[in-house]
Design a protein around this ligand. Structure first.
Ligand SMILES: [Zn+2]
Length: 263
């Protein structure tokens, strides 16, 4: 694991978006998950990207007391076949599953009109399901801000827009809908002017800290395999923008996530 000093206050980091089922952790997954509490990690929410990944996230939640799971179909993992809604419902009823996710729209790799329409259909179906079953949602929005906002306005779910990358205006609209913004390593990148501007004024009761591990490691670990202990760097970056302490930022995020996911 990436060398990182141990935090002053153990048990203060909750990573509200990670993928420890990802193949990047195949060589040493259990070692990493056993060590995370030593880095101050008190909780991890693993997000499924399809049925088998959701099952793997649930298995991790069964094995590690501090792990929770979300189940859903990620827009990049739709293969064109119909969603297996019955199987998804069954997974959502498993203990320690706290959200429908990761769901949403990703137009970055999908230029095709029919492909985008299919993403909208699948996102819509999962938003309906979350509302029916009373779950919050974990939303992925990449280069699809307008359509994402429109669907969130229509369905009004509780939830978080993870790895928020929109404008201050978009943030404003999401806050009006009662949604939370997920913020991770990108906020520490030099060129991340947009998210840093949002963070200057974002009410701290709508912030959720996350990694998206194994992706998006914060500076100074950028480009390496990310783990939840690195959230300390994100909390420090936000604390600097807000003239507060990293402990305060970590504590507020923890409080928010517990409220949203009813932990
Ligand atoms: Zn993710």
């Amino acid at each position: 694991m990436q060398p990182l000093e141990r935090p002053a206050n153990p048990g203060e980091i909750f990573d509200f978006h990670a993928h420890y089922d990802d193949a990047a952790f195949d060589p040493d997954r259990d070692e990493v998950l056993r060590e995370l509490p030593d880095f101050g990690v008190c909780g991890v929410l693993n997000c499924g990207v399809d049925l088998s990944s959701s099952r793997a996230c649930i298995a991790l939640a069964e094995r590690y007391a501090y792990c929770y799971a979300a189940a859903g179909y990620h827009p990049e993992n739709l293969d064109g076949s119909p969603l297996d809604v019955d199987a998804l419902c069954e997974l959502l009823r498993a203990p320690k599953v706290v959200a429908v996710g990761e769901i949403g729209l990703d137009y970055h790799w999908e230029a095709d009109e029919a492909g985008r329409k299919w993403q909208v259909d699948c996102f819509t179906r999962q938003l309906e399901l979350a509302n029916e079953l009373g779950y919050p949602v974990i939303v992925h929005d990449r280069d699809a801000h307008a359509d994402t906002l429109e669907l969130l306005r229509r369905y009004r779910p509780q939830g978080v827009v993870h790895c928020f990358s929109g404008s201050a205006e978009m943030a404003e609209e999401l806050l009006k809908l009662g949604l939370y913004l997920g913020v991770g390593g990108v906020s520490t990148f030099q060129n991340a002017k947009k998210i840093r501007a949002v963070l200057e004024t974002l009410p701290l009761d709508r912030l959720l800290l996350e990694t998206d591990a194994p992706y998006l490691a914060p500076v100074p670990y950028r480009g390496t395999r990310c783990h939840s202990g690195m959230i300390i760097r994100v909390a420090e970056a936000i604390a600097e923008l807000r003239a507060t302490t990293r402990e305060e930022v970590l504590a507020r995020s923890l409080e928010n996530g517990k409220r949203l996911f009813r932990l």
